[in-house]
Design a binder for this molecule. Structure first.
Ligand code: HBI
Ligand code: FE
Length: 290
């Protein structure tokens, strides 16, 4: 669904926020959160970036179950000045960017059903909070997300939104980062919210031979289409969160959008001569489904 064709429900405020109404969650809904949380928390050590694992601590609140956004925002605010606010679902791009630019993360308040633990179409509170909030507790990533929101508002005026959305997709949602293994050798970690909140993709993104894993390059990423309906066929790997923030702050996006108008988009599995490939994927997973 296009985020620009949405109508604001009557219960939502001008900025599309709604009260979370934490008291209205049922025991079954809290139990779904607890199951998903325990499952991901158990599999993420060694897989998720240390910065994400450190941020997970912020989700341990005074009560188990779905976090109360007020208490969560209090803790997150002390760490990095970010807040979590509830919205009915997808919000228009401009509303989304305006919140990010002001260090407010918009989160769905509903949770998937117990028979849908591994599948959902729209981001629910588990994806939005478990997936995104730990990284927002990291000062450098927190600044990156604000810069992204500010860049989004500018991109809307330069016709660059489609390109900039790819940066969000391949970093905030599906990003990988270089790390050092226990043996001192190089390895990869996950930090993207779409990966860390998914049991299947937490394994696939690091271990499966199918996808390409390519060193992050701003222009390359902004040319690359993405798929929203299945595991990614390409992941982009940053060296550090500092690099990602620096690249974003130093890029002059207006001329880049103009240049990208003259270059063809890239398909999800394309490999370019200039790519720094970390693993060349077999694409077996995508081919088997085609
Ligand atoms: N709304 N609730 C919500 N969550 C998002 O991640 C979101 C959105 N609206 C627009 C949007 N994302 C996109 O514009 C960005 O991914 C670029
Ligand atoms: Fe997300």
């Amino acid at each position: 669904m296009a985020a620009d064709s949405l109508t604001r429900p009557p219960e939502a405020a001008e900025d599309w926020t709604i009260p979370q109404e934490w008291d209205r969650y049922t025991p079954e809904e809290h139990a779904v959160w607890d199951i998903l949380f325990a499952r991901q928390e158990a599999m993420l050590p060694g897989r998720a970036a240390p910065e994400f694992l450190a941020g997970l601590d912020i989700l341990h609140l005074s009560r188990p179950g779905i976090p109360d956004f007020a208490e969560l925002s209090e803790k997150l605010g002390k760490a990095t000045g970010w807040q979590v606010v509830a919205v009915p679902g997808l919000v228009p791009d401009e509303v989304f960017f305006e919140h990010l630019a002001n260090r407010r993360f918009v989160a769905g308040r509903f949770i998937r059903r117990a028979d849908q633990l591994d599948y959902l179409q729209e981001p629910d509170v588990f994806h939005d909070v478990f997936g995104h909030v730990p990284m927002l507790a990291h000062p450098v990533f927190a600044d990156y997300m604000q810069a992204y929101g500010e860049g989004g508002l500018r991109a809307m005026r330069h016709g660059g939104l489609e390109k900039l959305a790819r940066l969000y997709w391949y970093t905030v949602e599906f990003g990988l980062i270089r790390a050092k293994g226990k043996d001192g050798g190089d390895k990869l970690n996950i930090y993207g919210a779409g990966i860390v909140s998914s049991r299947g993709e937490s394994l696939f993104a690091l271990d499966d031979p199918s996808p390409n894993r390519i060193a992050f390059d701003m222009e390359r990423v902004m040319r690359t289409k993405y798929r929203i309906d299945d595991y990614q066929q390409a992941y982009f790997v940053i060296d550090s969160f500092e690099q990602l923030l620096r690249d974003t702050l130093e890029t002059d996006f207006a001329p880049l959008y103009e240049k990208l108008e003259t270059l063809p988009d890239l398909a999800v599995a394309d490999i370019l001569p200039g790519d720094r490939l970390i693993t060349r994927g077999t694409q077996d997973y995508a081919l088997a489904k085609a």
